[in-house]
Design a protein around this ligand. Structure first.
Ligand code: HEM
Ligand SMILES: *[C@@H]1O[C@H](CO)[C@@H](O)[C@H](O)[C@H]1NC(C)=O
Length: 327
């Protein structure tokens, strides 16, 4: 009897003292839609797989979307808003150059709206599709939480304060990620995702003209000059190089092996090796793919939980491209 009373007292304490900081209103949690839309996560997965089978590069876009949405103020799907009379789309800014496949976010959202209207936020679609995208690209399963709400505004005017440029210094890159609680090692891990996808010549010519950056391997430089034959590429032309020519559609530590061989594509990529605070982690991850996955997964989680809107903040958009019409 006594022990039962103690157990009850313990349960009350455990429950109620932890409520304000625990998984109360306002926090993200695993499987947030388990009651409101039990099939939500399964539907996102099905759609991501289907889209991957039709257009493999969609998986790459889901991963980049998480970075560009979450890094800028909040994981709030502000990235998905299109330009209207009152909104300037983040997609139209320089830092979003090359982003693609936004129309297929609409495909995923429509599948969710058919199952449970106005329930699953676009911000959670960004997180869940990034999780499934990483898996499709051979990377680790990352247990993303859900419960984010969508912003009613774009942060287009402040993007440059959050997303580094392709040629920024490593000190600046590290400070940007540090403000999300991501340390140097995990920043190195995050950039490992540049093991998939492509870079357009406009982002490469700075390393090739007028003279070739001496940190580029000479044979690799020849290849890049062949891919990008002009110092002034037409930004509309689809001139690009793959991030990782060995395993271009797999998130793996080949990226770090390439850096060790001076075959980094962007200036920020190659700088990971020339900057003392990051070089050691490049070597570590080149040697140990599971360590890379572990750090990458943790960094992706931190990024995905950056300052979300929760509870009754923001809204759940019905169409990810537009703020809901006033009722
Ligand atoms: C210092 C940080 C970063 C910088 C400066 C940066 C910059 C860039 C640039 C310039 C491109 C090429 C765009 C183009 O020419 O088409 C690119 C591609 C890409 N980035 Fe990053 N990035 C950074 C971090 C990240 C992070 C943290 C992620 C995700 C976790 C990410 C995911 C991607 C992906 C998946 C692509 C390939 C996109 C495609 O092929 O469509 N990047 N990045
Ligand atoms: C970085 O690249 C941009 C073009 O994307 C260029 O305008 C700028 O001058 C470059 N900055 C440095 C420090 O090289």
């Amino acid at each position: 009897m006594d022990s039962i009373m103690r157990l009850i007292a313990f349960l009350i304490l455990a429950c109620c003292s932890s409520l304000p900081r625990g998984e109360g209103i306002g926090d993200l949690k695993l499987n947030y839609y388990s009651k409101s839309c039990p099939k939500a996560e399964q539907i996102v997965k099905q759609e991501v797989v289907k889209l991957y089978n039709e257009h493999g590069n969609t998986a790459v876009s889901w991963v980049r979307n998480l970075f560009h949405d979450c890094m800028v103020e909040s994981c709030d799907a502000s990235l998905l808003l299109e330009t209207t009379t009152s909104i300037v789309s983040e997609q139209s800014k320089d830092r979003s150059f090359g982003m693609r496949n936004f129309k297929y976010v609409t495909t995923i959202k429509e599948a969710l709206e058919r199952e449970c209207p106005a329930t699953v936020s676009c911000a959670d679609i960004i997180a869940l599709s990034a999780r499934e995208g990483v898996v499709m690209l051979g990377g680790p399963y990352i247990p993303m939480k859900t419960g984010r709400r969508d912003s009613k505004q774009s942060h287009a005017d402040v993007i440059d304060k959050f997303i580094p440029n392709h040629n920024d210094s490593m000190a600046l890159v590290l400070s940007r990620f540090k403000s999300l609680g991501i340390d140097a090692e995990r920043t190195v891990a995050l950039l490992g995702v540049h093991s998939v996808g492509r870079v357009h010549c406009v982002n490469l010519v700075g390393r090739l003209y007028p003279t070739v950056d001496p940190t580029i391997d000479p044979e690799y430089a020849k290849y890049l000059l062949y891919r990008c034959p002009s110092p002034n590429p037409d930004p509309e032309a689809v001139l690009y190089s793959r991030n990782d020519r060995e395993t271009p559609m797999i998130i793996d530590n080949m990226y770090y092996k390439n850096l060790l061989n001076h075959k980094g594509l962007l200036k920020v990529d190659q700088q990971l090796l020339s900057y003392p605070a990051t070089a050691q982690f490049v070597k570590l991850m080149a040697a140990d793919n599971s360590h890379f996955y572990d750090q990458f997964g943790k960094a992706m989680l931190s990024m995905s939980e950056n300052n979300p809107l929760t509870g009754n903040e923001g809204e759940v958009r019905r169409d990810c491209r537009f703020v809901n019409a006033a009722a």
